[in-house]
Design a protein around this ligand. Structure first.
Ligand SMILES: NC(=O)c1ccc[n+]([C@@H]2O[C@H](COP(=O)([O-])OP(=O)(O)OC[C@H]3O[C@@H](n4cnc5c(N)ncnc54)[C@H](OP(=O)(O)O)[C@@H]3O)[C@@H](O)[C@H]2O)c1
Length: 348
């Protein structure tokens, strides 16, 4: 039977769920879903769905659950898999087969910047690579346009003018509605925006940095710049790939990213000193009546830098239940000064 989205997908979202992305016209859900892991080849997920049919079914259930809960934004990149490109292929198939009537309710993003094909033109930030990759992503996604196209990382060897001109072309050609930058430092972000203003290019309207309780580089380095320049911020890995959940408190479970074949998180990355902090954070979350995952997401989305701070927390998931739990973080988003102080003391 074909998918029929929940009728209350907008009316039942927690208050303030849709948040303005910087000084743009675009609203993003407070929780967005990324397809970096668990959407590639069969058997590469944390849930160990080893045959294609059950793997695909799990991916469909995750996207359906997300959309039913008001998550209108799915994030991709050319290289997501494994193998690279397979997440776009799979999500493209699901968009075509199951979301065909809902394209205008969805924000689909893709990126180019990491190594994608052999030779000198399949990596980093040249015009040659970015625009060829966008065409490839559109073919895999079976879409006419993506909503956001990102430069996935700063390229120290390509003039920033060239990278920004490629993003401008992507928008002017109608193949992307907006552009973004990912993992650029605050200074690189300010340079990129200044170039666009000087040369009359469409400006990136969103930044996608790594940000969570265990990695706070954007607080001193980036948020002041994004706030001043009117960029939205979508924080990736807000759960530190699962470490900021109760998942690893009693060892490394078999059905975890750290044990999956396609995972970027390795068992060696789970450090005892991190787990000691996570255990204390878990107690603070319990006192708030939240799971640790929910508290970590609410914390990521707290107001800061004299403004909104982060627009959207870009989660990953290996099963639909996690998405449901994570969206419910927005039922208790506010922190008391005492709670914030207790968290600071743990994270120090
Ligand atoms: N721009 C960039 O360079 C860049 C880099 C990395 C990621 N990203 C984007 O950010 C997205 C999210 O990254 P991420 O997947 O690392 O994010 P994350 O939200 O930090 O981690 C997701 C993992 O946490 C676990 N999890 C989620 N909810 C849970 C819950 N309620 N209870 C227990 N465990 C839970 C799951 O692990 P298990 O799989 O173990 O169940 C899930 O796969 C990516 O898909 C991608 O779109 C962008």
């Amino acid at each position: 039977m074909s998918y029929v989205p929940a009728k209350d997908r907008y009316s039942a979202t927690p208050k303030g769920f849709f948040r303005r992305c910087g000084r743009s016209g675009l609203l993003l859900p407070a929780i967005s879903l990324g397809c970096w892991h668990n959407f590639g080849g069969a058997g590469t997920d944390a849930g160990h769905h080893n045959d294609e049919a059950s793997f695909h079914e799990n991916c469909k259930r995750m996207l359906f659950s997300a959309f039913d809960l008001g998550i209108t934004h799915f994030d991709l990149a050319n290289n997501y898999g494994p193998p690279p490109g397979s997440a776009e292929e799979r999500v493209g198939r699901i968009l075509k087969e199951d979301f065909a009537g809902y394209r205008d309710e969805l924000i689909i993003s893709s990126k180019a910047g990491w190594g994608m094909w052999p030779g000198p033109y399949g990596d980093l930030g040249s015009r040659k690579y970015l625009l060829a990759s966008l065409d490839q992503s559109l073919r895999r996604l079976k879409l006419d346009y993506v909503d956001i196209f990102y430069s996935h990382r700063f390229d120290p060897n390509t003039p920033l003018e060239e990278t920004m001109s490629a993003l401008d072309t992507a928008v002017r050609s109608g193949k992307a509605l907006y552009s973004g930058i990912s993992s650029y430092s605050g200074a690189q972000t300010a340079d990129a925006l200044a170039i666009c203003e000087r040369l009359g290019y469409y400006k990136p309207m969103i930044h996608q940095p790594n940000y969570n309780m265990l990695d706070r580089w954007i607080e001193p380095n980036l948020l002041g710049v994004t706030e001043r320049m009117g960029l939205g911020v979508i924080a990736f890995c807000p759960l530190a790939q699962g470490q900021l959940t109760s998942k690893y408190l009693a060892g490394i479970p078999e059905d975890s990213r750290a044990k999956s074949t396609g995972g970027f998180l390795k068992p060696d990355n789970i450090k005892p000193e991190t787990i000691a902090k996570v255990r204390k954070l878990n107690d603070v979350a319990k006192n708030r009546g939240q799971s640790l995952a929910q508290m970590a997401l609410a914390w990521t989305l707290r107001p800061q830098a004299g403004g909104q701070g982060v627009t959207s927390a870009l989660i990953g998931a290996s099963r639909p239940e996690q998405i449901k739990e994570n969206v419910a973080a927005l039922n208790n988003p506010a922190f008391s000064a005492e709670e914030l102080a207790a968290i600071e003391a743990i994270l120090k």
